[in-house]
Design a protein. Structure first.
Ligand SMILES: Nc1nc2c(c(=O)[nH]1)N[C@H]1C(S)=C(S)[C@@H](COP(=O)(O)O)O[C@H]1N2
Ligand SMILES: [Mo]
Length: 187
């Protein structure tokens, strides 16, 4: 018994060294496989055409050129972050929804009241509005899908399309790099 103790201790030491070696090897493999992943770069622009779809009669894709030919609105706003006056130009979100055959005005009642509009961006940022909130029969939300600011196309990180919700106190629903507009119904 007296001489077996150093022997056991020795085995333990060898085991511990082996365990550490295995852990070091695993760590090396893991970090090597992480290193091989492409760098996760944030997108700096959205697409130049966006889908209007979901629970709509006629889903469609709208391009930057299409937007130029639709009835347009100008919006002068005070940017709540920069506190600068900015002039945006674009197409009202309500008009884009009308084109897809979404209920409007008096048609927004009953079950339709649970309809939402999801706006999704190239960096996966998403916001929702209720359909009623975007309808002129309910309120003047003036939510605009803008393609220019102060007369120039929207730059990196913002465009080419940016949603402006001028009456929101925080610009959290000013969606940059808009990718799609999807209508849904809360069940
Ligand atoms: N695509 C996208 N849009 C976005 C965001 C985002 O993370 N991604 N952040 C929102 C939030 S929380 C704010 S406050 C404003 C910031 O706008 P600013 O950079 O012009 O101040 O953008 C909004 N739009
Ligand atoms: Mo924000």
């Amino acid at each position: 018994m007296a001489h077996s103790t150093p022997f056991v201790r020795g085995t333990r030491k060898v085991d511990a060294v082996r365990r550490i070696a295995v852990l070091v090897a695993l760590f090396g493999l893991c970090s090597a496989s992480f290193a091989q992943q492409p760098p996760q770069s944030k997108p700096t622009a959205g697409p130049s055409e966006i889908k209007v779809g979901g629970a709509v009669k006629t889903p469609y894709t709208v391009t930057l050129e299409d937007l130029k030919m639709m009835p347009r609105k100008k919006l002068q706003v005070e940017n709540p972050h920069s506190q600068k006056t900015e002039v945006y130009d674009g197409v009202p979100l309500a008009a884009l929804l009308q084109k897809a055959g979404v209920p409007q005005g008096e048609q927004i009642r009953g079950a339709v009241m649970a309809t939402y509009v999801l706006v999704d961006a190239a960096d996966d940022y998403r916001v929702v509005f209720s359909l009623a909130q975007l309808d002129e029969g309910f309120m003047d939300s003036e939510v605009l899908l803008a393609d220019t600011m102060d007369g120039a196309p929207l730059g990196a990180g913002l465009g080419p399309l940016r949603l402006i919700a001028p009456h929101d106190k925080r610009p959290a629903r000013w969606v940059n790099m808009v990718r799609s507009i999807t209508v849904g119904r809360v069940q």
